[in-house]
Design a protein around this ligand. Structure first.
Ligand code: PLP
Length: 812
């Protein structure tokens, strides 16, 4: 662990500042000061990074590579300082110099290379792997533009490019010497020489993949792992200088642009598949570069290729990196000279796959023609995998052609990536118990029947270092005071806090801490929006991607209902509430964008209506991202986790809220089920259809939303107010939402769950009035949150899937 005293830190910092800026500290801007601090921290990390790599080489431990299209890291200065164990020293040193550390931290751009939960999970996993001293690294794409930045203009979402690199990125190191060539298109010629088939790939377009390495610092353990992100560049010998010389700049520039476009943008789709060729290019680009560099590294460290599968594990995060399976086959067969069977056995041992969703619209499938043209050799390999798999199936299911077709990898003109991922991996996992059960008995039941041992559950987690220790220092300090600091490294020790749940003093302290966090959020809201909110009101929060299945609509309808009731009866006795929303919609997802507009227009109406705005206010905070979540979550009283049961695979913000002492209102979906099991029914508020009821309604079609609405004046009034000008002069503005609920029969059971949800909200109101009882619930939630640390999740992956050992500690 880094040990450094305040005076040395001050000296180092001043020196660093002069070194990189060529001027004195007092002449510098705040951003200069941030840069110097980041740069100094990177220096501290560099030595540990080299040492860690040396140790990995000496010990020849199995290396895990987590392949993901997305890594949603957020800011890194704070977490690096925390994990190095020098945050307090640094803060004190900067204080002496008249510099506010928090202010510098807030100048850092979020590293937003992900859409939401899936990318954030990858980031939490990197933190946990390093902190458990597991040799585990990330592999992904260095998008020039991350997830777009959201502005709310005239109540609607406007997307602005996220130019996160405009002032550079302190944490990355470009490794030009480790660049690899990735080949697209062209022809494959098959030669038969000396009794062996040889595959010659010619006329391809070559792209240079250049890695940028980022250090992933473990918590006070001297471990620094690597996140390697690939950037696409033109190959200098491919850059057509003859056309350039002829003055044909256009052609040369076109070539450059087409190459660079590969790592230009992150697709802003969440749980939705877009069959764009550029996306397929991105997938092969990083998977091929990543595997090539892993194998190059392995061989240069004197690794025996025959033992490859004992020394590396590759995890594929959702189907996006599934091409790693045929690409590894290509490398083993075409480049390393192994036969098919050996290559297949090794590939299977190396690969493991996590499924993240059962929503049909999210499942990736690529048109054969597109795939074949872009990746001719990989297509041949996929065809061979499919052929062998289908012949296995035909033996198993004699005469059951339908079954074989249904399970095939290539069918009806498409390549089904989930099928390829299952067949090519030794492990397939879901991300919460309920989700895994649904995979086994519904979505993937045929595969489960074939390979029961491949399937397993790994309930998601979150790193408590970022989401508790760093985001909520006041609560962390209080927990340390009451139960000591063992929970920092053993988060399940938070259970020791449960015995204080009844203690009135502890309850009061928890309330005070929450109030301080609420004040901080209220200040931010005032600064951003000029709206004053009442910090003694219930902070009722729904922050996540905007999606029909997540049902922000349900939340909004009950607010509209409450508004109606307050107008009818100004004396309605409710605890004042502030409804807080944040979240982005995919730019092409019009319904979700309309939901954002609706929330904002309902907010305008309510916040400006003096008859009600002492009791309720609605806030939509723009540009939801990790750093905003870090401010909102510690200030939340109520956590809204209200997806249609069966649709949310796990959810992870539910865990973040719980850990920060919010009470959850939830359907029994995803990891909400496990949260309920942990805290008990009396410490969570559950409502809505159960899994069985939902699956049954989908199966039988026995649900007609119009029937419910037509027989219910109260519901009718709310639904009509979507299209009668109440919230928007343009009566057509929310027609899409109206039609979804009424005409198209409410796919996500918003209407069906409406009254159950209202009842649950009334229960929240009652519970909150009993201050002692409420704080007791908060305390129990905190105490039981340790199991949702991603340290627990990663331990399970390491022992149950990857077979990895840690460097320093035992995993048990
Ligand atoms: C945790 C997190 C998510 C995931 O939230 P869910 O409510 O689980 O969908 C998405 N975005 C950000 C920025 C997060 O921090």
């Amino acid at each position: 662990m880094l040990s450094i005293d305040k005076e040395t830190f001050k000296k180092d910092y001043r020196q660093k500042f002069i070194e990189i800026h060529g001027k004195d500290l007092d002449e510098g801007t705040d951003y200069n000061k941030y840069e110097a601090l980041g740069s100094l921290v990177r220096d501290y990390v560099a030595k540990m990074w080299i040492d860690t790599n040396k140790k990995y080489k000496e010990n020849s431990k199995k290396q895990v590579y987590y392949f993901s299209m997305e890594f949603l890291l957020g800011r890194l200065l704070g977490s690096n300082l925390l994990n190095l164990g020098i945050r307090d020293t640094c803060k004190a040193a900067l204080d002496d110099l008249g510099i506010d550390l928090d202010k510098l931290e807030n100048l850092e751009e979020d590293q937003g290379l992900g859409n939401g939960g899936l990318g954030r999970l990858a980031a939490c996993f990197l933190d946990s792997m390093a902190s458990l001293s597991i040799p585990g690294h990330g592999c992904g794409i260095r998008y020039k533009y991350g997830f777009f930045s959201q502005k709310i203009i005239n109540d609607s979402q406007v997307e602005v490019p996220d130019d996160w690199l405009k002032r550079g990125n302190i944490w990355e190191i470009k490794k030009t010497d480790k660049a690899r060539v990735v080949k697209f298109g062209g022809d494959v010629r098959v030669d038969y020489t000396d009794g062996n088939l040889k595959f010659n790939h010619t006329n391809y377009d070559a792209v240079l993949a250049v890695p940028y390495d980022m250090p992933i610092v473990g918590y006070k353990n001297n471990v620094v792992n690597t996140l390697r992100l690939w950037s696409a560049e033109p190959l200098s010998n491919e850059f057509d200088f003859s056309s350039f010389n002829r003055g044909d700049f256009k052609k040369a520039m076109e070539y450059r642009d087409s190459v660079e476009s590969i790592s230009q943008i992150l697709y802003p789709d969440d749980s939705f598949y877009e069959g764009k060729v550029l996306r397929l290019k991105q997938q092969y680009f990083f998977v091929s570069a990543g595997l090539q560099s892993i194998i190059h590294h392995f061989k240069s460290a004197q690794g025996n290729m025959k033992e490859l599968d004992e020394k590396i594990a590759v995890h594929i995060n959702d189907t996006h990196p599934t091409l790693a399976i045929p690409e590894l086959m290509r490398i083993l067969i075409d480049e390393e000279g192994f036969g098919w069977d050996t290559s297949w056995r090794m590939t299977n041992n190396i690969m493991s796959y996590t499924n993240h969703t059962i929503m049909a619209e999210a499942l990736e499938k690529w048109p054969i023609e597109m795939f074949k043209k872009l990746l001719p050799r990989i297509f041949m390999i996929v065809q061979e995998i499919d052929k062998r798999f289908c012949s296995e199936l035909k033996n198993k299911y004699v005469g059951q052609w339908d079954k074989v077709r249904k399970m095939a990898i290539i069918d009806n003109g498409y390549i089904k990536m989930a099928h390829l991922a299952i067949v090519g991996s030794h492990s397939v996992n879901g991300v919460a118990k309920l989700h895994t059960e649904i995979l086994k008995k519904q979505e993937m039941s045929d595969f489960y029947y074939c390979y029961p041992n491949k399937f397993n559950n790994k309930t998601n987690g979150i790193t408590h270092r970022r989401w508790l220790i760093s985001a909520n220092p006041k609560l962390t300090m209080f927990l340390k005071e009451k139960i000591g600091d063992s929970f920092i490294t053993h988060p399940t020790d938070m259970i020791n806090f449960e015995k204080f749940a009844h203690n009135i003093e502890v309850q009061n302290r928890l309330r005070d801490i929450k109030l301080e966090n609420k004040r901080k959020l209220a200040d931010l809201i005032y600064k951003d929006k000029g709206i004053n909110i009442d910090i003694s009101s219930i902070f009722d929060v729904q922050i996540k991607r905007i999606h029909a299945y997540k049902r922000q609509t349900l939340n909004c309808l009950r607010i509209m209902d409450l508004y109606n009731r307050l107008i009818e009866n100004p004396n309605l006795d409710i605890v004042p509430r502030t409804f807080i929303f944040a979240g982005k919609s995919a730019p092409g997802y019009y319904l979700a964008k309309d939901i954002i507009t609706l929330i904002n227009m309902v907010a305008d109406k309510i916040n400006n209506d003096d008859r009600v705005n002492k009791k309720i206010k609605v806030i939509f905070m723009e540009n939801y991202r990790v750093s905003l979540a870090e401010v909102i979550i510690p200030a939340a009283d109520v956590s809204e986790q209200i997806s249609t049961t069966t649709k949310e695979a796990s959810g992870t913000s539910n865990m973040k809220f719980m850990m920060n002492g919010a009470v959850t209102i939830a359907t029994l979906d995803g990891a909400n089920v496990e949260i309920r099991d942990e805290v008990g029914d009396e410490n969570i508020v559950i409502f809505g259809l159960t899994e069985k009821q939902v699956l049954n309604l989908y199966k039988t079609g026995g649900y007609v939303s119009q029937n419910i609405i037509n027989n219910d004046v109260r519901l009718k009034k709310i639904i009509n107010s979507l299209v009668d000008g109440t919230y928007c002069k343009d009566k057509n503005k929310f027609k899409s939402i109206y039609e979804n609920l009424v005409t198209y029969n409410d796919e996500f059971f918003v209407i069906k769950d409406f009254y159950s949800y209202l009842e649950a909200q009334e229960k929240i109101d009652r519970l909150y009035r009993d201050k002692s009882k409420w704080q007791r619930m908060c305390a129990v939630n905190i105490a039981h949150s340790g199991i949702f640390s991603s340290d627990r999740t990663i331990r399970e992956y390491a022992t149950g899937i990857w077979g990895s050992k840690c460097l320093y500690k035992n995993l048990e």
